[in-house]
Design a binder for this molecule. Structure first.
Ligand code: CAA
Length: 379
């Protein structure tokens, strides 16, 4: 009944994505982190290999990857660089609402161009005053006759400075709470969109994060996903799909931290033997490896449920919380094993520790995931 093996195609996908991570991402990861610059050439190359926008169905030009396949790709790309992978994942996060809630016409119009050339998308839910409490967002969507009129500000928007397309959430009536939330697709260049300066972040420095302000932005009526009030369910279902992906990125980062720590522990000599010969280090490596393995299993189960057409809300949050908390611990232990060298920017593990922190925060904090899990358990 159970089979933990990847099939031949999945092994090939993994090999291709890992080769890309090792050859194209790892050698440039520290440089782009320090420059805090989006590596557009590398991202475009990933797109040309079919590693970006894995959520787009084949009918609209997509690659036809299963959700499990896209987890394999995400883990590999995050192994290469968490920041670059965030830029890649943010496209899926922004396109998934169209895949989930868009009409055939909207899918054709908005998804297909992403399969024809490298384009960038941004998911606009969070606001300066509303992060975890997503149902309380204040951005308004008013009926202006021919158009929707959007006013409000979004915060921490990944890819914002480069986005060709924004999926925006706003409310048609704040009194309605989550039942008033509606989703719009807004194209780059629409009058009234103001993009903020890049945020200076602790990690994921080569991904682009900014505020986006919408001032009397007129959006064509046909750009609403579903009907007014459908936005909340679309957003929640999107997060059910994207959280396993974020968890997969945590597995990639944790595996990378473990691999660096393992190699280093075999080379570093203290008390006349490699530190890997000391039980204190062995116990740390054992716990790190167990956390990576357990996280990966949760990722695969939460993705498998989607591929079976089953609800994965609980498993998606379990995978996100467990894998991101594990990554934070594994990366911290990798720094500990490297000792003073681990704290230096000359070595790769301090970046992994900085990058791990964000995975516990974005797309729902570890605490929000526990709220979701508890609600599901208590149902
Ligand atoms: N699928 C379908 N429906 C769902 C659902 C799901 N996964 N989750 C909740 N719902 C439904 C509930 O059944 C309920 O339905 P009814 O109206 O029929 O009662 C309704 O939605 C409201 O649900 P809750 O009462 O649970 O809502 P809540 O206000 O208490 O909040 C929450 C729920 C889970 C905490 C939600 O606010 C949440 O997920 N917050 C975190 C937001 C988040 O993850 N933001 C990340 C932004 S993206 C990002 O980080 C981007 C980036 O660029 C990197």
């Amino acid at each position: 009944m159970l089979n933990f093996d990847l099939n031949i195609e999945q092994k090939e996908i993994n090999e291709m994505a890992m080769k890309f991570a090792r050859q194209e991402m790892i050698p440039k990861s520290a440089e782009f982190d320090q420059k805090a610059e989006m590596p557009l050439e590398i991202l475009e190359k990933a797109w040309s290999l079919g590693l970006v926008n894995t959520c787009i169905p084949t009918e609209f030009g997509g690659t036809g990857f299963t959700t499990i396949d896209s987890m394999i790709i995400t883990e590999a790309l995050a192994y290469g660089c968490l920041g670059m992978n965030t830029a890649i994942m943010a496209n899926d996060l922004a396109l998934l609402p169209i895949v989930i809630g868009g009409s055939e016409e909207q899918k054709k119009k908005f998804l297909t161009p992403f399969t024809e050339s490298y384009k960038i998308a941004a998911f606009c839910l969070t606001e300066p005053g509303n992060g975890s409490d997503a149902a309380g967002i204040k951005t308004t969507i008013k009926d202006g006759g021919d158009h929707w009129i959007v006013n409000g500000q979004k915060m921490w928007i990944t890819n914002a400075g480069y986005a060709d397309l924004f999926t925006l959430y706003g409310t048609i009536d704040p009194e309605l709470k989550h039942k008033g939330i509606s989703a719009l697709v807004i194209e780059k260049g629409t009058a009234g969109i103001e993009i903020g300066a890049p945020e200076k972040k602790m990690g994921h420095c080569c991904s682009d994060t900014r505020s986006v302000t919408f001032k009397n932005v007129l959006v064509p009526k046909e750009n609403m996903l579903g009907s007014p009030g459908d936005g909340w369910k679309i957003a929640m279902k999107t997060l059910d799909h994207s959280r396993p992906m974020v968890a997969a990125s945590a597995v990639g980062g944790a595996q990378c931290s473990l691999d660096y720590a393992t190699e280093y522990s075999k080379e570093r000599i203290q008390f006349n033997k490699p530190i890997a010969g000391h039980q204190a280090i062995q116990f740390m490596l054992a716990d790190m490896a167990t956390k990576v393995e357990a996280s990966r299993l949760l990722v695969f189960k939460s993705a498998w449920l989607i591929d079976q057409g089953l609800s994965n809300t609980k498993l998606a949050s379990m995978a996100k919380a467990f894998a991101s908390d594990s990554f934070m611990q594994v990366a911290t232990d990798a720094v500990q094993i490297y000792g003073g060298y681990g704290y230096s920017k000359e070595y790769p593990v301090e970046k992994l520790m900085r990058d791990a922190k964000l995975i516990q925060i974005y797309e729902g904090t570890s605490q929000i995931q526990r709220l979701v899990i508890a609600k599901e358990v208590l149902k």
